[in-house]
Ligand binder design. Structure first.
Ligand SMILES: NC(=O)C1=CN([C@@H]2O[C@H](COP(=O)(O)OP(=O)(O)OC[C@H]3O[C@@H](n4cnc5c(N)ncnc54)[C@H](OP(=O)(O)O)[C@@H]3O)[C@@H](O)[C@H]2O)C=CC1
Ligand SMILES: CC(C)CCC[C@@H](C)[C@H]1CC=C2C3=C(CC[C@@]21C)[C@@]1(C)CC[C@H](O)C(C)(C)[C@@H]1CC3
Length: 418
């Protein structure tokens, strides 16, 4: 129970009231975006075109499809992995093991879908099912989060997350109580973070591309760009799967509604918003503009990958020749902080790269609508909030050394601005 965990962690996300608001607001926003994307005016800030009844939202076929997808991804997760990685040290000094086979799961899923299409699987019919699929995913994540909450009741105190154990039911349900809920070696948080939602996102994108080709003879250049950029992002995440083990989602946050809904519903159904918008609102895109957008995405990816790889290499082996020449600040924990290279430019260079890519994903949709820029706006808010959470944790972990780092590298995400 919470009291066994020592001093209570400060409440985040506006406490119980904020959590209750987000429990309603997140699904409502997702359905708003899905409805608006297929409406004529596609107005982000207006009311939804209509309020769908249960007969539109509820479909046993959609639920079956969702459960089949989750089952397939779980089966691929359980296949022999090329590598098994160890996670960060836990409170009880143990380390958990994680299979590294996410990229293999992506490739095998592509082969299975390709095989299915060659024997008549109507992938182009998926866009019509997005609303009932999102509804099924929402119901499933509410039930799943409840089961996770109940599982945490019988977990030892050492297995609970630093936050998410306030004693307030709604807050703890939202944030998640247990750090690494598992059944045998099956790790639910790690599985959900990278597999069904992320892989689902690129296949929803692909289905939108196929549907566009069926409707208009061939996919548009804008649709190709959005599909290509986002496939690169997901492929990169799965290729560097091990890096997820040091993110705050895995090392700090419990597994509750926020991450379950984020991973299984929010990511596939709202991150595919640009492709959804393009299917219903085709946008002309010339080659010169497409080249500029590709360049923006490439710059973003270069910063994102460079920064993430530099930190991951440094954390794994500080004497690696690619990072051994970088300037560092020692900390009382024995770990060091990079203060030159990417991490000497701003304190979160990887966020900067990610944001530049986010912009490149929206630009193919033109500038006539605000809707496709929702991802840029949401992602900016998410990363600014995440950066503040991470800074708080780093200050607690590294104390004076972190203050020295902030003095030497004063900007957080955007040089000379923020
Ligand atoms: N698409 C999406 O929806 C989302 C994408 N992301 C992306 O995920 C990636 C990971 O993000 P996230 O987990 O938030 O954070 P980071 O990868 O930035 O990790 C932060 C941690 O890095 C370490 N660190 C910070 N500064 C330094 C330094 N100067 N030298 C060495 N180590 C340092 C600290 O941990 P320690 O010292 O313990 O190693 C700190 O807690 C990012 O690229 C982000 O853009 C994130 C959220 C959502
Ligand atoms: C909906 C809520 C407001 C918040 C939910 C947040 C989640 C959607 C995100 C929290 C951290 C994430 C990460 C990725 C996807 C989104 C979530 C789950 C990530 C897997 C995307 C791909 C990247 O390369 C990454 C670095 C592996 C990301 C890790 C964090």
């Amino acid at each position: 129970m919470a009291s066994l965990q020592g001093p209570r962690a400060p409440l985040e996300f506006g406490g119980p009231l904020g959590a209750a608001g987000l429990l309603l607001l997140l699904p409502a926003t997702m359905f708003h975006l899905l409805l608006v994307a297929r409406s004529g005016p596609a107005r982000l800030l207006g009311p939804p075109p209509y309020l769908p009844g249960l007969e539109v939202l509820w479909s046993p076929r959609a639920l079956l499809l969702l459960l089949t997808w989750l089952g397939l991804q779980a089966a691929l997760y359980l296949l022999p992995a090329r590598k098994v990685a160890e996670g960060q040290e836990l409170k009880d000094k143990s380390r958990l093991c994680y299979p590294i086979n996410g990229f293999q799961a992506l490739v095998l899923t592509a082969l299975l879908v390709g095989l299915g299409m060659s024997i008549g699987l109507p992938l182009g019919a998926l866009p019509e099912m997005l609303l009932p699929l999102a509804f099924a995913a929402t119901i499933t994540t509410f039930i799943f989060s409840f089961l996770l909450y109940m599982k945490a009741q019988v977990a030892p105190a050492s297995a609970l997350a630093p936050g998410g154990n306030s004693g307030n039911l709604i807050y703890d349900f939202f944030l998640g109580r247990e750090l690494n809920p598992r059944i045998c070696s099956f790790d639910f948080k790690y599985f959900c973070e990278l597999r069904p939602g992320l892989i689902g996102w690129v296949f929803i994108n692909l289905a939108l591309l196929v549907q566009e080709a069926e409707q208009r003879g061939s996919p548009s250049l804008a649709m190709w760009l959005v599909n290509g950029f986002q496939l690169l992002y997901v492929g990169d995440a799965l290729w560097h799967e091990e890096a997820i083990l040091t993110t705050m989602d895995i090392t700090h946050d419990g597994f509750g509604f926020m991450l379950a809904f984020g991973d299984l519903a929010w990511v596939p159904f709202t991150y595919s918003l640009q492709a959804q918008f393009l299917l219903y609102h085709p946008q002309p895109l010339g080659l010169p503009m497409a080249a500029v957008i590709c360049l923006i995405n490439a710059i973003g990816y270069y910063i994102f990958r460079g920064a993430n790889s530099q930190k991951n290499t440094f954390r794994k082996n500080p004497s690696d020749p690619s990072v051994s020449g970088l300037e560092t600040i020692p900390t009382a924990t024995g770990r060091q902080l990079l203060v030159s290279g990417w991490w000497g430019m701003v304190r979160h260079p990887n966020y900067l790269g990610d944001l530049i890519m986010a912009l490149a994903w929206s630009l193919p949709c033109g500038v006539s609508h605000l809707l496709p820029y929702f991802y840029v706006l949401y992602f900016t808010a998410l990363l600014v909030h995440r950066e503040a959470r991470d800074e708080r944790q780093c200050l607690q972990k590294y104390g004076r050394a972190w203050q020295e780092y902030c003095r030497r590298v004063p900007y957080r995400i955007l040089p000379y601005i923020y």
